[in-house]
Write a protein that binds this ligand. Structure first.
Ligand SMILES: [Zn+2]
Length: 588
């Protein structure tokens, strides 16, 4: 039984002769023969009825949710995602990228060495036999990789002898990554499983690494331009690395979770976490009420920093860090409440009675505060001799109306907008190469030095919902031609006509699909063609029967505009001229 079914299964690739013998009649298996040369919409797992979901990808049958934070991509979504991945691949290859595919099962020992094993968003797979060990890494068998700095640095360090290492090296991959998001939200935008393009660069000198960074950043711009959806490049926080070589690529969109500031005068663009926020004149030093405060302690607990700011604003720890000498405080402390100040006082008193006289208090005042501002009481008596006060510091996250930190006149107001982060370029220096002992020979000194690295990510599976939500309108999805699952959909009840048109188009490089669904009315098929977001709908109906002319309906035009254009020669074509006409229309 099974055996005969296998034998009867149609071959994956049809010979030319089989192609020409395809008909729409016959057994149910013929549908698959036709799919091979004429894609049919009925095989794309579209739901029978439109879903009521708010997410357009769910509503129009592109994706299906499996559980919180995980999704199945149905055929049309997978085609869009593959197109995005192919574009990304092309641009990475254009800067000398070599593709690899690393295992998702990463070694916990490597994460211990770089100090990232404790991250609570890592998915960890424990030993099945319950092996217990002294350390976390002994209990954990694998980490499901959310990113591959550790593994790829280790690969370069151990796989190629340092003397033979030919740098620069630019390795990239497009693979599934995992992140144990505690409260997954925003659909595919922030799932627990995602497809990412990640590139890692390896250079011997810092100069070379910076040049690599610029080249990859240019390739990123070219990639996002080729998609065709407007984007911004924002200066981003470079974390503990320092320096200015960290940029984020964003779509400005209300569905985003990031906030990006832009200045319309000097074009300064930055993540709100990075942008210093100077108050407009009327707010400068004008706040009179009771200030809010956050406390930070140095690792050795001898310095307390109290940061004061208006309570209706969001405090920015990064802005505070930027003002203080390096390593003054531990900015990653979980608590910044009054108990931190109490701990400081207790420690001081425990040392000796004079403890408070030998310890430092640094008070940092946001630029909006005035001399009249009430400051919350400290839980100890501050000693003037060891207290430093810094005033006029921008300590809060920027809001629309704050002044641009980059404009010369210092008077241009910033605009803050919601954004979806879709890419990130990052100069890493020796952050990973040093602990993982990835070295190369310095051409000048001749000695082995840690490799200079960079990492560069593109959220491939995030681009799918981001672009969908930005380009969708009241009629449904609206894909840019660059990534559309098909360029054109043919709506026709005439199987022979549809088959001829689709074959003609595909032979000329226009990717077309036939809406062959028998139980769907013409009107519903037309609505679906728009809702599914194909760049152009082709109709072979009554007019085609009479005159052999196919009607073209570009998705860019509204239903009203299409009504007005009906009968316009520019939107009709013979089958023979159709490929050229569509290529011109879609700029293929
Ligand atoms: Zn500016």
């Amino acid at each position: 039984m099974i055996r005969s079914a296998l034998i009867k299964r149609p071959p994956l690739f049809l010979s030319r002769r089989q192609h020409s013998s395809v008909t729409t009649a016959g057994s149910a298996l013929d549908a698959y023969k036709i799919q091979a040369s004429v894609p049919r919409l009925s095989l794309h797992l579209l739901p029978g009825e439109q879903e009521s979901a708010e997410d357009p990808l769910v509503r129009y049958g592109y994706v299906r949710q499996v559980s919180a934070g995980s999704y199945h991509l149905l055929p049309l979504a997978h085609m869009v995602q593959s197109n995005i991945a192919d574009l990304a691949r092309r641009h990475m290859v254009s800067v000398g990228g070599v593709e690899v595919s690393l295992s998702s099962l990463s070694s916990p020992a490597l994460w211990e060495r770089t100090g990232r094993a404790a991250n609570t968003e890592l998915f960890k797979i424990k030993h099945e036999d319950g092996t217990s060990g002294e350390s976390e890494s002994a209990r954990v068998q694998y980490i499901l990789a959310p990113t591959h700095e550790e593994e790829i640095t280790n690969l370069v360090a151990t796989n190629i002898a340092a003397s033979r290492r030919k740098l620069p090296l630019r390795l990239f991959q497009i693979t599934r990554k995992y992140r144990n998001e505690k409260r997954p939200r925003g659909g595919l935008l922030r799932g627990r499983e995602f497809l990412m393009k990640d590139m890692y660069s390896f250079d011997v000198t810092q100069d070379d690494a910076h040049r690599t960074y610029d080249e990859v950043a240019n390739a990123y711009r070219a990639f996002f331009e080729s998609i065709g959806v407007p984007f911004v490049v924002a200066e981003a926080d470079s974390g503990s690395i320092g320096g200015s070589l960290s940029h984020e690529y964003h779509y400005l969109s209300p569905v985003g979770e990031d906030n990006v500031v832009t200045c319309h005068t000097c074009k300064y663009t930055a993540n709100v976490e990075k942008a210093l926020a100077f108050p407009p004149e009327e707010e400068d030093g004008a706040f009179m009420g009771e200030a809010a405060v956050q406390y930070f302690l140095s690792d050795d607990k001898t310095t307390l920093v109290a940061a004061y700011y208006p309570p209706d604003r969001e405090f920015s720890p990064l802005h505070l860090l930027a003002e203080l000498p390096e390593d003054t405080i531990n900015a990653e402390a979980e608590s910044t409440g009054i108990e931190v100040a109490e701990e400081f006082a207790t420690q001081a008193k425990a040392d000796d009675d004079e403890g408070l006289f030998t310890r430092r208090l640094i008070r940092v005042m946001d630029a909006r505060l005035s001399r009249e501002t009430n400051l919350p009481r400290l839980p100890f008596h501050a000693n003037k001799g060891t207290t430093t006060t810094m005033v006029d510091v921008p300590l809060v996250m920027a809001q629309t109306g704050d002044l641009c930190p980059s404009c010369d006149d210092g008077k241009t107001p910033l605009a803050v907008a919601k954004a979806v982060e879709i890419g990130h370029t990052f100069y890493l220096g020796t952050k990973y190469s040093a602990p993982l002992n990835a070295t190369a020979r310095d051409p000048v000194s001749g000695s082995l030095v840690p490799i200079e690295m960079g990492c560069y990510g593109i959220g491939i599976s995030r681009l799918l919902p981001a672009i969908a939500s930005i380009t969708a309108d009241a009629d449904g999805l609206h894909w840019p031609v660059s990534i559309a699952p098909y360029h054109a959909i043919v709506v026709s009840k005439d199987a022979e006509a549809a088959t001829t048109i689709v074959k003609e188009l595909r032979a000329a490089g226009v990717n077309a699909v036939w809406d062959d669904r028998e139980d769907v009315s013409f009107g519903a098929a037309m609505r679906d063609a728009r809702a599914l977001g194909f760049p152009v709908t082709l109709i072979a109906g009554k007019q085609y029967e009479k005159s052999g002319l196919v009607e073209l309906q570009p998705r860019d035009l509204s239903v009203q505009q299409l009504k007005e254009k009906r009968g316009d020669a520019a939107f009709q074509s013979s089958v023979k001229d159709l490929p050229a006409k569509i290529k011109e229309l879609l700029k293929l």
